[in-house]
Each structure stands twice: as C-alpha cells, then as structure tokens.
Design a protein around this ligand. Structure first.
Ligand code: GDP
Ligand code: MN
Length: 361
C-alpha cells in the first residue's frame, strides 16, 4: 500500500527525520487561519497518489497574499485523473541542495538496497542512466538493525555528514514498517539543517495486518470499476490503450510500444477465460480514459475463444479505433466477425503495436 506524502512524512518524523512545518487542508478557506504557522512563503502540494506531481502541476508556490486563491486553483485541478481533495501546505524551505535517498527491496540479493544520489528532485531512473557515478548504493541484510558507519560513509561520498543519521533513520522505517520502498526525493539541505522535502512509503500488502493498517486508497473511478471485475488495471501517461490476457503478454505489449517510441495510456489484463461480456467491459473501461486515442487488443486464445473476444469488442462499440491481434482457438471465426464490422485484425503483436504507434503519431 502506497502512503500519501503527508502520511509518509508523519511516519518519517516519528523516526526523527526532520520534515518541514505543515498543515493539511481540505478546503482553500482552511488555509486562511493557518498561514501564520507557515511563514511568509509556502508550498501547496496536492496529496494524490501519483509520481511527478511537480511536473503535472500538483505543486504550487504561494505567499500570504495569494495563498487562498492559489489553494483554490489547486483544489480545482485533477492531477493525472485524480481529483485534489487534500492539500499539504508547507513552509517554503530555502533549499541549498537536493539529494535523493531511498531504501528498497533488492530482489536479487534478498536484502535492503540503499540508494543515495548527489542530485535529487529529479527522476532517479534517468539520473542512474545519464550519470551513474552520482548514484551510490549499498546492500544490507535485513537482519541488521542499523547501517554500519562505513556504509553510510560510502553512500555519502562528499555530501554533508549531517545527512548520515537521516539515512539510518529511513533504513529503520523501512525495516520496522515492512516497507518495499521508503524514499525521500528530494532530501534537502538548508541553513537550518537537513529536511525531507518529499516522502514516499510503500508497505508490503502482505504485512498490512501485522502493521495494523486497513487499506482505504483513493482509487480513480476506473480503478475501482476494474477491481470490481477482477481486472488488473493501471493508468499511465501515453495515448495507447492496451488490453491483454496474462501479465506476461500484457507487459510484452507495453515493452513493444516503448520500443517503437510511444507510450501506453493505460493497460488492462483481462485474465483467463475472457468471455464476451468481460471483453466488452474491458474495452469500455480502457476507452473511458480521455487520453486513449487508439486501443490495442492483444489476446491469446486458449481457454479464451477468439470469437467471444471479437463479439465483446464489437459490442463495446467505442469511438476510438481498436486494432486487434487474436491468436488461437476459433481465430478464423473471430477474424470474420471483426472484418465484417470493419475492425483491423493483424497477425502479429509487432504489427498491431506498430499500427497503433503510427495511429497516434
Ligand atoms: P513530486 O514532484 O511529486 O516528486 O513532488 P516534490 O515534493 O518532490 O516537489 C517537487 C519539487 O518542488 C522539488 O524537487 C523541489 O524542487 C520543489 N519544492 C518542493 N518543496 C519545496 C520547498 O519547500 N522549497 C522550495 N524552494 N522548493 C520546493
Ligand atoms: Mn519528489
């Protein structure tokens, strides 16, 4: 389960990690009585469960004069399809430098992986790719209660020593909360010391009971709908809708879209035995996202019968073009049905993905 920034910051601060002064507001007006506590300039941060809020317009700078109006603006937005219901108003830190710090599960060694980078606030994947030397890492067996000082020194390099204790505290959060990811990006230095300017915490769903947590996440309407039907469904940033059966085939379709230089808007794994009704619901659900310009259906018919799938696609009757690759049981029947209604059915995964990428260019 993913925690929102303010929830994660509350936990981090319980472990002694310094966080900025803040108030959580649920209406713009609530801010007017609280501004005294934040200083003359502050930051308004949408509490929505998406990465890269800054770039998506979810973080606004404000001051006493325009505070309430700026909060109004933020509450009026939807950030990557999620409405803004809560805003964290924080004192604006005079940032000297931004670092990146995270603790994650290292699946290969079955240990904790601690990452520290001299450049924070940015996307860590691209940093690791473009300047690998700026990212340092250590792996540590989860049985250790503290990071040994030599590991902290290795991670820090030339970064200020005052960051050391924060690294150890985040490692403790990670261990004690059964996290799969604890991240501070950016971890910032200011004249008043080190602060977690952002916070991300994901706890292993299998540990929620042990941690005494009941999940009540803000799902988008479509995510809720997908859950109801038992689909695996995820929303992304691109413009191609993807429907597959089985995680492997669905992921391979996404990889191929990336390979041809485009991005999926969302993807849905219908699971096994996709009958007409289910396929219809899947297509409608994927098509309901405004950013979806074309839909790729890539299904392998085993238990799933291709003619059932074709009927489901036709019944959904969505406005976007649907490009189909069906292989397996009753493939020819499926093809005839789709041909009859003017849908494009191609023979290989490569062909459907290429066609979809061309369609959105
Ligand atoms: P994210 O986009 O969801 O990762 O949100 P962050 O909380 O990481 O904020 C994005 C960026 O906004 C940070 O990298 C900072 O550059 C900037 N930012 C956030 N809080 C402050 C602050 O208190 N002071 C200043 N000057 N910049 C901030
Ligand atoms: Mn961040």
């Amino acid at each position: 389960m993913k925690f929102l920034e303010y929830e994660a910051k509350k936990i981090f601060s319980e472990y002694g990690i310094p966080v900025p002064k803040s108030v959580l507001i649920r209406t713009p007006e609530e801010l007017s009585g609280q501004m005294d506590r934040l200083g003359s300039e502050f930051v308004l941060k949408a509490q929505v469960d998406v990465g890269g809020r800054g770039k998506a317009g979810g973080i606004l700078m404000a001051d006493r004069k325009n505070g309430v109006a700026t909060a109004k603006e933020l509450f009026g937005k939807t950030i990557k399809c999620l409405p803004v219901r809560e805003v964290l108003a924080e004192e604006r830190l005079p940032i000297q430098h931004e670092y990146y710090l995270s603790v994650a599960v290292d699946r290969s060694t079955k240990e904790a992986l601690v990452l520290f980078a001299d450049a924070g606030g940015v996307d860590i994947e691209s940093l690791a790719k473009n300047s690998p030397d700026a990212v340092r890492r250590v792996s540590i067996p989860l049985l250790m209660h503290d990071l040994p000082p030599f590991m902290i020194r290795d991670l820090l390099g030339k970064a200020p020593k005052e960051i050391g204790p924060v690294i150890n505290k985040l490692y403790r959060v990670f261990c004690e909360k059964d996290a799969i990811l604890a991240e501070i990006n950016p971890l910032v230095t200011t004249p008043a010391g080190v602060f977690a300017a952002d916070a991300k915490l994901i706890i292993d769903d299998n540990a929620l009971g042990r941690q005494g947590i009941t999940a009540n996440r803000d799902l988008t309407e479509r995510e809720r709908e997908a859950e109801k039907h038992g689909f695996s469904y995820v929303e992304l940033d691109g413009s191609i809708g993807v429907i597959g059966n089985g995680a492997g085939l669905t992921m391979a379709t996404l990889d191929l879209i990336e390979f041809y230089g485009s991005q999926a808007a969302n993807f849905l794994d219908v699971g096994g035995g996709a009958e007409q009704e289910r396929v219809m619901q899947a297509v409608k659900l994927v098509a309901a996202v405004p950013s979806v310009k074309v839909i790729v259906v890539n299904l392998l018919g085993g238990i799933t019968r291709c003619d059932e799938v074709a009927r489901g696609i036709i019944q959904a009757d969505v406005s976007q073009p649907v490009i189909v690759r069906l292989a397996g049981t009753n493939e020819e029947e499926g093809r005839k049905l789709l041909d009859g209604k003017g849908y494009r059915m191609l023979n290989t995964m490569d062909q459907v993905v290429k066609a979809a990428v061309e369609a959105v260019q």
